[in-house]
Design a protein around this ligand. Structure first.
Ligand code: MG
Length: 280
C-alpha cells in the first residue's frame, strides 16, 4: 500500500514502478478487504515521479516496545552501568501521531531542546483487524502489513522525564515507510534482516529473529483488555547499535542521512536538520 500526493492505493512495487490497484483512492479498511487480484490492472506510476507520503497517518499514538532485542538490552546496561534485568512481558510506550513523517523528508529537530537525538531502526506492524484479547497463535492474522520505522529518540529528554514518552514523541521523530508490505507478501516477520545506516555507514545490522518478544507475542500482550483497530501501528523495538550506547556515544548531526532498511520491505531514508526550530 502506498500513499502519495494525498492518494492512498493498494499497489504492487516492481523495481521503480508502482502498479496501482484498479480501484485507487481506497480507505485502509477497503484496502484490507481488497483481494490481490484487484491490484493487477491499475495505473503504472513511476516512483521517481511521485512524492511518497507516510503510508498512513495514525489516528492514535503509535504503540512501541522498548528493549526487545537482547543485544540492545545488553548495550543499554553497559552504557548506563546498570545490571541486566529483563522483564517477562513487553515494555510498552507510545509516540504521538504528530511524530509520523514520510520517507525522503527532512526531519527537523530542535538543537536547543536536545543535543542527543538518536536512531532506532524498527519493524513496524500495521493492524488490519479490530481485535481484543487475541491469542498469540492467532495474532498474526490481525496484521495488515509491515513497514520500516525510525523511532528517533532524544536521549536526554527520555531520561529526564522518567517516562519515555516526552523524549520519544517530539514532532517528526517517527519516520514511517516507504510503503506497507502486506502480511501475505512479507511472510515470516521473524526472518528479516534490519539495518540502519548513517551517511552510508552501517550502525545496526541484525535479524528480527532476535526479538525477545516476537511480533505475535507483542500483539497478544498489547491486546489484552485493549482493543486494537485497523490502522494502529506497533513499532516492535530496535536491535543493538544505537548511538548513545556506542563508545564514544554518537548522536545525529545536522545534515546526516539515516536509512532504515528491512529485508522484503525496502529503505526508509530521511535527512536530519538539527537547527533551532521554534514554533510552527
Ligand atoms: Mg524504539
Amino acid at each position: 500500500m502506498i500513499t502519495y500526493s494525498g492518494r492512498t492505493s493498494a499497489a504492487r512495487i516492481e523495481d521503480t514502478t508502482a502498479i496501482l490497484s484498479a480501484d485507487p483512492d481506497l480507505t485502509l479498511d477497503e484496502i484490507v478487504a481488497t483481494s490481490n487480484e484487484r491490484f493487477l490492472d491499475g495505473e503504472h506510476v513511476p516512483l521517481a515521479d511521485v512524492t511518497l507520503l507516510a503510508p498512513l497517518q495514525p489516528k492514535k499514538n503509535v504503540f512501541c516496545v522498548g528493549r526487545n532485542y537482547l543485544a540492545h538490552a545488553e548495550e543499554i546496561t553497559r552504557a548506563r552501568g546498570i545490571a541486566l534485568d529483563l522483564p517477562d512481558v513487553p515494555t510498552f510506550f507510545t509516540k504521538a501521531p504528530t511524530t509520523v513523517v514520510a520517507h525522503n523528508t527532512v526531519v527537523h529537530m530542535d538543537a536547543t531542546l536536545s543535543q542527543m537525538y538518536d536512531w532506532e531502526a524498527e519493524l513496524a506492524v500495521v493492524i488490519g483487524k479490530r481485535c481484543r484479547d487475541i491469542a498469540e497463535s492467532d495474532a498474526l492474522d490481525a496484521v495488515f502489513g509491515y513497514c520500516c520505522m525510525n523511532d528517533i529518540s532524544a536521549r536526554d529528554l527520555q531520561q529526564k522525564h522518567l517516562q519515555w514518552f516526552k523524549g520519544k514523541s517530539l514532532d517528526e521523530s517517527g519516520p514511517l515507510g516507504p510503503w506497507i508490505v502486506t502480511a501475505d507478501e512479507l511472510g515470516d516477520p521473524q526472518q528479516l534482516q534490519i539495518v540502519c545506516r548513517i551517511n552510508g555507514v552501517v550502525k545496526q545490522d541484525a535479524s528480527t529473529a532476535h526479538m525477545i518478544f516476537p511480533v505475535a507475542r507483542v500483539i497478544a500482550e498489547l491486546s489484552q483488555g485493549l482493543t486494537l483497530e485497523p490502522g494502529d501501528i506497533i513499532a516492535t523495538g530496535t536491535p543493538e547499535g544505537v548511538g548513545f550506547a556506542r563508545n564514544p556515544p554518537e548522536f545525529f548531526r545536522n545534515g546526516d542521512t539515516v536509512e532504515v532498511e528491512i529485508e522484503r520491505i525496502g529503505v526508509l531514508k530521511n535527512t536530519i536538520s538539527l537547527t533551532e526550530t521554534k514554533g510552527i
